[in-house]
Design a protein around this ligand. Structure first.
Ligand code: MN
Length: 498
């Protein structure tokens, strides 16, 4: 089946009788096909297959039409002669912005911890504007991983898989997108740790059968119990732990498969929160829960929004089984995290809102990574970073962190005293702007300098925000005064001598 047909079918299934959407998909496919004409993937396929498969993944995640269209167009500005403004005039500004956001993140590469932090910040900026940009990124990455075997260079295969494991997967996890996280991990696993993957499969095989049988038995018993007690439920099913996630857990548990209680877990999906607690009570009435294994993530959700009740019981055959109880809405969030949320709420994330407090957790987590490295210890990160800080770009695409309401002059002195002292103007997002303009998250700032200029303008002190800039201006001025005095004294001395 052609990709266009497949995509249209999935879209129609999720959006009944949305003909407008279907025709928009066709239009985007035509546009991207022309743009990518004569380009090939490493697999030898036409390039257009890649953006189409990306869009198919987005449709499978039930994303909205704008995101799907942006998925089809995501590589156009970077790989073809067509531009964002072409896209804007054909598809409107919302879609153009999504594509632009994707293009702006650029190539994220794993180059050690410092770059890593920088990459995370780029992602944060994109996210705080529109979280859908990140979701397009994930879909793009998943298709690239699925076709990674066509990459001729083993080192590159390794690097791409590694950055997926080290950057993309953790971010997906922190956003609560577990399904996406697990997919990225399992696709990367064999390229980064081939032997470990084989070993993990062997461990799994040794236990899978007994545990599956055990799970089936208890599944019937639980369904029976629920029916007897007249409790409505939507479904009860088993889920197998994904390979990479199992591997990581084995490392934490002395490589002992018997210590993995959630190798297979039983999920009970209910209609209401109250049902969740009732069912938990019933289960504990009939089976003894293991100590310390009962967790209430409903009253205390994980920072990324995950909600569920967890308990582990010992089956009659002495196999431990983890049971997860949640409503259907919680189930969706547990798989798609923020992607499940945004449809019902704002498309933009206001990180100062309470429900997104996990974003702050993300920053704390980033801080933890930084602190592991001595050379980065000196960089103190404020956990309220998003409240009090903005991130802007230099023309070289470096990310600069500044307090909110900072101006181009603050930016200039942050870069270097000389850049500040010689500043005669500024371009913000390629437009000439006033030097007292308040900078916004994600602005691209270019300082224009006059090499011959020596002294800052004292008026700047009236609007700048940072102490760094204030101090540097004052120092420069007072040093200039002193020098002037010195020169004066020198001259006088010379005069006297003469
Ligand atoms: Mn791509």
């Amino acid at each position: 089946m052609s990709e266009l047909k497949e995509l249209t079918q999935i879209f129609k299934k999720n959006n009944k009788e949305n003909d407008l959407g279907s025709s928009l998909i066709k239009k985007a496919w035509e546009f991207a096909s022309v743009a990518h004409q004569n380009q090939k993937r490493l697999s030898g396929e036409e390039y257009i297959t890649h953006p189409m498969k990306t869009a198919i993944i987005l449709a499978e995640w039930d994303m909205d039409i704008e995101t799907i269209i942006a998925g089809i167009l995501h590589d156009v500005p970077e790989e073809t002669e067509f531009t964002i403004s072409n896209i804007k005039s054909e598809f409107g500004s919302e879609i153009a912005k999504l594509v632009e956001g994707d293009t702006e993140i650029g190539h994220i590469k794993y180059r050690g911890v410092e770059r890593y932090a920088e990459n995370l910040r780029k992602m944060f900026i994109a996210m705080s504007r529109d979280v859908r940009v990140i979701i397009i990124r994930f879909a793009d990455r998943i298709h690239n991983l699925k076709t990674l075997q066509y990459h001729p260079n083993p080192q590159k295969r390794y690097r791409i898989a590694l950055e997926s494991l080290e950057i993309y997967a953790p971010i997906a996890g922190r956003l609560g997108m577990y399904k996406i996280k697990e997919q990225i991990e399992d696709l990367s696993f064999k390229y980064v740790y081939p032997l470990e993957k084989k070993w993990t499969i062997e461990q799994l095989k040794s236990q899978l059968e007994t545990r599956t049988i055990s799970l089936k038995k208890i599944r019937y018993k639980i369904i029976d119990l629920l029916e007897k007690n007249d409790i409505n439920f939507i479904k009860v099913y088993g889920r197998k732990k994904k390979l990479y996630s199992l591997y990581k857990k084995l490392l934490r548990k002395e490589k002992d498969i018997y210590k993995i209680y959630d190798l297979i877990a039983l999920r009970i999906i209910t209609n209401t929160k109250a049902d969740c607690y009732t069912i938990l009570g019933l289960i504990h009435n009939n089976w003894q829960p293991l100590n310390g294994r009962v967790k209430d993530f409903i009253s205390q959700p994980k920072p990324n929004g995950y909600q569920s009740l967890h308990t582990t019981i010992l089956n009659e055959d002495h196999n431990p089984i983890e049971i997860q109880i949640k409503t259907q809405a919680m189930e969706k969030v547990s798989e798609f995290g923020i992607a499940a949320h945004w449809r019902y709420k704002d498309k933009k994330i206001d990180i100062n809102k309470k429900e997104f407090s996990w974003m702050k957790d993300l920053v704390k987590w980033q801080q933890k990574i930084k602190n592991n490295k001595d050379y980065l210890k000196s960089i103190k990160l404020n956990t309220d970073i998003f409240k009090s800080c903005i991130f802007v770009f230099t023309p070289k695409n470096d990310v600069i962190e500044l307090p909110e309401r900072s101006t181009p002059i603050d930016f200039a002195y942050h870069i270097h005293t000389d850049v500040g002292n010689k500043c005669i103007g500024v371009k913000i997002n390629n437009k000439m702007s006033k030097v007292n303009t308040e900078l916004k998250n994600g602005d691209l700032v270019e300082i224009l300098m006059d090499k011959n200029r020596k002294l800052p303008n004292p008026d700047w002190l009236n609007f700048i925000r940072t102490n760094t800039a204030k101090e540097k201006i004052k120092n420069t001025v007072s040093r200039a005064r002193k020098e002037k005095n010195k020169n004066f004294i020198k001259r006088i001395k010379g005069y006297i001598k003469r």
